[in-house]
Design a protein around this ligand. Structure first.
Ligand code: SF4
Length: 430
């Protein structure tokens, strides 16, 4: 009888690429995949610990797995598993906890997926994490997340990622190119480069992120690349200029700012100030007029006064950007910020977060309206929502169009004629 396996992923694109890679091994070993929540023989949870809420969601997912697949073998891996292995092992129903170094070694540790009396933990100290495990997502979406880098050596005082994913490391250009060719052979047209600090690609080797970008640009079959997120101090002029010349690297950057107050950036131990950040944004806008700029910002960092917050607000308002990813500060155990004074109340964090979301909505609307009447190349995705399908332009405008199976995974010339009430672009195929 074919065994059934389900997966549930929390967190970032990197986690999705890794779950998808683990899933391919299960399929290759004859398992059939079912949706999380359906009864399965094995349930694999890939967890996240970037915020307190993420930890809570992981524990809830374990309970759901136990409830919906009472006899299933439950394996928990990912960042929360690396951070709190023993705690997770005590949760009833869990059979194995795999730390970061063991994430891809489930079959090496588990012969038969019979439930265990007590959960077993396979993990190691984060400082012992050495290897770079390649990964990419497939089958789940039209676009593939390709892991190019892992871990981080930066000292950001609010961040727990280095303590669970380990030091910065990456594959070689040749290895990533092999993966990208494999993705092309599977028929994907767009790749999103993902990692923890991808601009740090090649650290400790003679290869650089720019080398990787140039090599990927030459691959046949992949027509579009997006850089998922890159630190402001690592966006070099040559990367920006290359994006202008390349037909494949899209006019879309996602850049973490975190605060628009130099005082708070110092407390966060970020590697730039607002002057450098502004110069990068202006340089990109100067060279790439239709660029989509998504910016990460944290509200409520310890010590953030009303004045600091207003500095952040006015700084962001003054920038020509397209969208804000607003995060509420979440204290992480063991981070330097945990011991910092000047705690901001939950009520105040909420107020500040709402103000930045409103600012983001205004910027996003202005950005979309700029392109009414213009033509773009849209890659349509496979998912059907009621009678609609969706796709993205090069500069990350979300397009809604009546569902047509023949358009799935196709790049078509599209003229934007308006923005609908849901905030999606509409238009005509040319
Ligand atoms: S750059 Fe900073 S925020 Fe990003 S993963 Fe590294 S330590 Fe965390």
């Amino acid at each position: 009888m074919q065994k059934k396996v389900s997966f549930h992923t929390l967190g970032c694109k990197l986690n999705f690429s890794e779950t998808s890679t683990i899933a391919r091994e299960f399929t290759a070993k004859g398992f059939s995949r079912v949706n999380f929540g359906e009864d399965a023989d094995v349930v694999v949870l890939n967890t996240c610990t970037v915020t307190g809420t993420a930890d809570k969601k992981c524990r809830q997912a374990i309970k759901k797995a136990k409830k919906t697949s009472p006899n299933a073998f439950i394996a928990v891996t990912g960042c929360y598993a690396q951070a709190e292995a023993d705690k997770i092992a005590e949760i009833p129903g869990v059979d194995v906890v795999l730390g970061m170094n063991e994430k891809f070694n489930l079959f090496q540790h588990i012969e038969n997926f019979k439930k265990k009396e007590h959960a077993v933990v396979y993990s190691c100290e984060t400082s012992d994490i050495e290897n770079f495990d390649a990964a990419f997502s497939s089958g789940d979406r039209t676009r593939s997340f390709l892991k190019v880098q892992d871990g981080c050596d930066y000292p950001c005082t609010y961040c727990t990622i280095p303590s669970v994913r380990g030091k910065s490391r990456s594959g070689t250009v040749a290895e990533i190119i092999r993966q990208a060719n494999e993705i092309a052979e599977k028929g994907f047209k767009e790749i999103i480069l993902t990692g923890v600090n991808i601009g740090d690609f090649g650290k400790g080797t003679d290869e650089t992120f720019f080398d990787l970008v140039k090599a990927l640009d030459k691959i046949n079959g992949i027509e579009r690349y997006r850089i998922s997120s890159i630190e402001p101090n690592l966006i070099t002029d040559e990367i920006i200029e290359f994006t202008v010349k390349s037909n494949k690297f899209l006019p879309h950057f996602h850049i973490p700012l975190q605060s628009g107050s130099d005082k708070i950036l110092k407390l966060m131990k970020r590697r730039y100030n607002t002057e450098l950040f502004r110069s990068k944004i202006e340089r990109i806008n100067e060279l790439i007029s239709d660029v989509f700029l998504g910016i990460d910002v944290i509200v409520g960092f310890p010590g953030e006064t009303d004045v600091d917050f207003m500095n952040t607000y006015q700084f962001l308002e003054s920038l020509n950007i397209s969208f804000l990813h607003v995060f509420s500060y979440s204290v992480r155990p063991g981070t330097p910020a945990e011991m910092m004074s000047g705690k901001v109340s939950a009520k105040e964090i909420k107020r500040r977060s709402n103000l930045l979301h409103q600012l983001s909505d205004r910027k996003h609307k202005v950005f979309y309206e700029r392109f009414i009447g213009t033509e773009h190349k849209v890659l349509f995705e496979g998912a059907k929502h009621q009678n609609s399908m969706f796709g993205f332009t090069e500069n990350y405008i979300k397009v809604e169009f009546p569902y047509n199976e023949n358009l799935v995974n196709k790049i078509v010339d599209f003229q934007i004629t308006g923005i609908n009430e849901k905030g999606h672009a509409e238009g005509l195929i040319k």
